[in-house]
Design a binder for this molecule. Structure first.
Ligand SMILES: NC(=O)c1ccc[n+]([C@@H]2O[C@H](COP(=O)([O-])OP(=O)(O)OC[C@H]3O[C@@H](n4cnc5c(N)ncnc54)[C@H](O)[C@@H]3O)[C@@H](O)[C@H]2O)c1
Length: 326
């Protein structure tokens, strides 16, 4: 009997591929770029499973191109705004993500951005390399204190909580907004639940960890930026469209807020050109979960889910659980 057939839309760690190849016929996109929409449409044809990236839009058209054999699309990411859940559920296709294993790496990158913006690390590094440094000076590259300041967390889920715990080690006060309260974290860290207005008004550092859903599109725009402190720093390691990037560029230019650290962008890989001319923003290319261990673990979850579903078992991390009731 022919082995089930799996498409992997971009290179993942070798160990993940080896495990898939033990059981399945596997085709991998080995080019160092995402598949185009047309390539994806043609490559998914006749597959039993797809291991997808956050850059692949998986909707009804792609699932129809894959055909009726396709039983699972396993995303190599915890965020799954690239999935059309209803379209997959209607077609009986299981969708999965990789929650939990990337909390440390993602929060560490978000915290790195926070510290680097506060202490102007990138700007200062460039200054030295450019040969401009002439010696110590008392009012030189003055930054912001972090210790004892207030961290606002928008979206106190797995990554938001991890960020709050890291901030607590810096003696930061934690405030948060979410659609649900977390009594356990409030007790453990003295975190305070606040409404969005208070979050914007009181945060010295505001870090975004909400999923990208219609309700969080442009969660931070011109009005929200105007409500923040002029000394505030915004960190976005969630998804680009959670922030109105043009409004942010204006706010940074006009010093409406002090600075920003961004891992994600509205139209990746494009970055709002106005941002790139500013010193008070640090931009990195969507690398928050990018550590050796974390990417391997993300791949392990995706592969486990494919093995389970093609073996007739429920996946460990389904994001359209209604499909399992069918
Ligand atoms: N930059 C990266 O590389 C990277 C890496 C991992 C995750 N992410 C992003 O981070 C997001 C969060 O991941 P997670 O694992 O912590 O998810 P999670 O589901 O554990 O947490 C999300 C939290 O946001 C809350 N939330 C939802 N809608 C809200 C709203 N309107 N207002 C306030 N809170 C709201 C949820 O209740 C939940 O507590 C992912 O969806 C993904 O897009 C980005």
């Amino acid at each position: 009997m022919a082995k089930p057939n799996v498409l992997v839309t971009r290179m993942v760690p070798q160990e993940n591929l080896d495990r898939l190849r033990e059981r399945f016929d596997v085709e991998v996109n080995t080019e160092d770029r995402p598949l185009t929409r047309e390539e994806l449409k043609s490559k998914v044809k006749g597959r039993d499973a797809i291991l997808s990236m956050l850059t692949d839009t998986i909707d009804g058209e792609i699932l129809d191109a894959a055909g009726p054999k396709c039983r699972i699309v396993a995303n190599f990411a915890v965020g799954y705004n690239n999935f059309d859940l209803a379209a997959a559920t209607r077609r009986g296709v299981v969708l999965t993500n990789t929650p939990g294993v990337l909390d440390d790496a993602t929060a560490t990158l978000a915290f790195t951005l926070l510290l680097s913006v506060a202490r102007r690390i990138v700007e200062a590094d460039k200054y030295v390399r450019d040969g401009k440094w002439t010696g110590w000076a008392p009012l030189f590259f003055i930054g912001l204190d972090v210790d004892g300041k207030t961290l606002g967390v928008a979206g106190l889920g797995r990554i938001g909580k991890n960020m709050a715990r890291k901030a607590a080690a810096f003696g930061m006060k934690i405030i948060y907004n979410d659609v649900r309260r977390d009594a356990e974290l409030e007790a453990a860290l003295g975190a305070r639940f606040v409404d969005k207005e208070t979050l914007l008004r009181e945060s010295d550092f505001l870090t975004l960890h909400v999923p990208l859903i219609p309700e969080t599109h442009h969660y931070i725009g011109e009005k929200e930026l105007a409500a923040m402190k002029p000394t505030a720093v915004l960190i976005n390691a969630a998804r680009g469209p959670v922030v109105d990037e043009k409004a942010l560029a204006r706010a940074l230019k006009d010093k409406v807020i002090w600075g920003a650290g961004l891992d994600v962008f509205e139209n990746e890989p494009k970055v709002e050109p106005d941002l790139l001319g500013l010193d008070n923003v640090i931009v990195v290319p969507h690398v928050a979960s990018g550590t050796t261990e974390t990417r391997l673990n993300m791949g392990r979850i995706a592969v486990d889910n494919i093995v389970r579903v093609l073996g007739g078992q429920p996946p460990a991390t389904c994001v359209n659980p209604d499909v399992l009731k069918k």
